[in-house]
Design a protein around this ligand. Structure first.
Ligand code: ZN
Length: 388
């Protein structure tokens, strides 16, 4: 505040109750040329800084200021009429109040949201806080709109601290679109490794931003999955994951809970006994030795491809299952092509090598698996499984 304030030359007559430092006049908003305190003009203090402001300016947009600054009929009260008796704004910082005055005194053409530069970021946060406290709903909405513009436009120039305070304000204002703009852009920066994920997790947790947390956890879980894709031996207990280093225990626990559930689910899927149905005309022996064997090899190949594919991590369990389903569909098509007029094949033809029963996917196990997997692809239920 010091750059905007000068120490009063005259001693302050009345010591403040908390006997803090002496009052100083704000350089920007204590205009000596302004009319002396009167019905409209008054002296206001925030922290130890004095402002000379018009009551009408503050009362214009705020029911709370109207109550505070509205005058009773009759004579002026002493409060607000001199530097020694300012109207004290308890709990407000001088910089927050200065920011509020800055916007209240701007002409309309300087308030076009898309024209507000990033330099005003801190002032906008102050404005949002003050607008909320003093019930200036129009200004709350305006601040939200401007901040969304800035966060969308300048995400790359924002720090973790910037995102964090913007999220604080979004929560204070219960402004869902601002919250989403902040968390979406923040997540983009984290996933591009431009900002640290650990801080983002802690702040998301503090604000109980579950969907943001889930996105951050999923990102980290992918790294855990990559670490364990090729375990040295199936019987070696994995004690540490690099990707969990430095995380708060609550975060690693949730990520491990999801990792464990997903691993178990995938193992169960791998073991499904899916076989083609024996068509009339296919001998049990041929069916066993050829149809089933061929089908199992297609199944295993699909499973193993999904398992080792970096583009199908365990976090994309649904895509993995869809991939396997797709491979089986290809196999069905190939078989159909090799079996022209499939349904009218003679029993003789069915016993010839290379001709197989077709895998029929009605009432399929895979469809049941897919129906049980979350449609949205969100891993929320897996991360929070232990906290229901
Ligand atoms: Zn068969």
């Amino acid at each position: 505040m010091s750059e905007f304030a000068t120490v009063l030359e005259r001693p302050v007559k009345r010591a403040r109750p908390d006997s803090g430092p002496p009052y100083v006049r704000d350089q920007q908003f204590y205009d000596d040329e302004a009319p002396a305190p009167s019905v409209d003009w008054c002296i206001v203090s925030a922290e130890n800084v004095l402002f000379k402001v018009q009551r009408s300016l503050l009362m214009r947009d705020s029911p709370l200021f109207s109550t505070l600054f509205g005058l009773p009929q009759g004579q002026l009260p002493a409060e607000g009429q001199s530097d020694a008796y300012p109207i004290v704004l308890a709990g407000d910082t001088a910089s927050d109040f200065r920011a509020l005055l800055t916007y209240l005194t701007k002409p309309g053409f300087e308030l076009i949201p898309k024209d507000i530069p990033l330099d005003e970021f801190q002032n906008l946060l102050s404005l949002g806080k003050m607008a909320h406290k003093y019930q200036m709903s129009g200004w709350e909405r305006w601040t939200g709109t401007v901040l969304i513009e800035l966060v969308d436009k300048h995400a790359r120039r924002l720090s973790t601290k910037d995102f964090s305070v913007a999220l604080d304000l979004a929560m204070l204002l219960s402004h869902a679109s601002l919250r989403d703009a902040v968390t979406d852009n923040w997540y983009s920066m984290v996933s591009a490794a431009r900002l640290p994920i650990l801080d983002a997790m802690d702040i998301a947790e503090r604000h109980a931003q579950r969907s943001f947390l889930v996105r951050l956890y999923t990102q980290q879980l992918k790294l855990v999955c990559h670490e364990t894709q090729q375990p040295p031996s199936p019987f070696v207990a994995v004690v540490t994951f690099q990707a969990l280093r430095g995380l708060q225990p609550i975060h690693s626990q949730r990520i491990l809970a999801a990792h464990s559930s997903l691993s178990i689910a995938w193992s169960a899927f791998r073991r499904l006994e899916i076989l083609p149905r024996r068509e009339p005309g296919c001998s049990p022996d041929h069916h066993e030795r050829t149809c089933c064997r061929k089908f199992r090899s297609v199944w295993l190949e699909a499973i193993n491809t999904a398992d080792s594919s970096r583009s199908l991590p365990l976090t994309s369990l649904r895509q993995r299952v869809l991939f396997v389903q797709d491979q089986l569909a290809h196999y069905k098509q190939d078989t159909m092509i090799n079996n022209p007029g499939d349904r009218i094949l003679s029993p003789m033809a069915r016993t010839s090598p290379g001709i197989y029963c077709i895998y029929v996917d009605e009432r399929d196990e895979i469809k049941r698996v897919l129906a049980a997997l979350p449609l949205t692809n969100s891993l929320d239920p897996y991360f929070f499984a232990a906290e229901a």
